[in-house]
Design a protein around this ligand. Sequence first.
Ligand code: SF4
Length: 468
Amino acid sequence: MSAFKDIPVDVGVIYEGQRIRRNDMHLELGGPSIKEKFELAVVKTPEQIEDGKITIVGPDLKDMEAGKSYPLGMFIEVAGPQLEPELEGVIERRIHAYSNFIEGFMHLNQRYDIWLRLSKKSFQKGLTSLNYIGKVLNILFKSELPIIKKMQITFITDKEKVKELYDKAMQIYETRDARARGLKDEEVDKFYGCALCQSFAPTHVCVITPQRYSNCGAISWFDCRAAASIDPKGPVFAIERGELIDQTKGEYVGVNEAVKKKSLGEITKVSLYTAFGHPHTSCGCFEGVAFFIPEVDGFGIVHRGYKDVTVNGLAFSTLADSTAGGRQIDGFHGISIEYMRSPRFLQADGGWNRVVWIPKEVKERVKNFIPADLVNKIATEENAKTIDELRAFLKEQNHPVVASWKEAAVVEATVPAEASEETAGVPVITASTLPLTAGGFKIILKDAKIYARKVIIRSAKDEKSEKR
Ligand code: SF4
């Protein structure tokens, strides 16, 4: 593309979905080891913007040490007669898509969770300044969203400055999210879909309703409405809600049809307010994961920024691997923080009554939306680090899940060794897509049914007393 003749690397849609592994990375900006990072788009008046201006506050790419991680704040200011604040979230989310058009420049996640990597190869080709990134973004934004008439970009890599602006950015996100609260799903005829993450998860479609925020937490129903009206052929599209099939689970005829079409027939049914059966798919950009803990019949929740292992011994990255990829996995559910503030949050599974463990940091953020009588009954890492500790805590606090625990159950079901599929009874696991990891390989079983000769279900309590 001649518009990019001054850019030392190639720019194009073919690089969407690119991954840069640590061995191939020159350096990274943001990411899990950097606490403060953000990207923010703000609508301004034309007089406030010097079109095309790119400012770098702090060290540029060429001044940074290879192999290291650096803080980054990206501030995009736009102006245009049709631009309104409702579009800020949508413009901001496009940073992800357009950055990924740049050869050897990977962008993951959103808002305060961004993680960017520059490849060794692209750095060697001359991609040594954020100025080039700014130029590409400026061109792509204006050509893809012509309602943007003026744009200036500031990259902040100075650690102290990023820290200072991070808190302001967090306040702006919170104000935006709060703006979208109050409207109920049954009060609108249209929901919205977003297929922006299909470059990473080809069967994933986010269904965004007033009460089910996007998985990435970056786009509300109002943002989608604005986006679909200015760019009807873009990744955000309207979904006619259609007839209600199941109110508790949140299943609608129109949603099923739209998702089937956009996932190329892979996903045919979606229930919006549950993590079981046909849950909403998860791409990879989710802010957190709700993971079912069968030992206590409840959900744990972990956010991307949580560094330690969770109460079931698995880290966010492992749980995210089991959840992502545009699949519907029972009990592994990608969610946004804002969805946790919704009255529809996991409604069909018991909502907050079913949540048993959550990092303290997230609990603080959503505390005002947890029913008051439950707040102290939900454990954090300070109350429970293992399943045994969790069980004890829940019992002591008389958490609602405790009522569902069966007493001293030991069930053994034996199937003859020579049993065929027909005689083997009920399969132990059935799944339309079952991902496994073994010996360094990722194996995906489609339409899997796994049979066992013997099934032993034993309560953790019994196991403990047996060992004594
Ligand atoms: S997570 Fe969903 S809403 Fe957010 S960008 Fe991806 S597809 Fe769109």
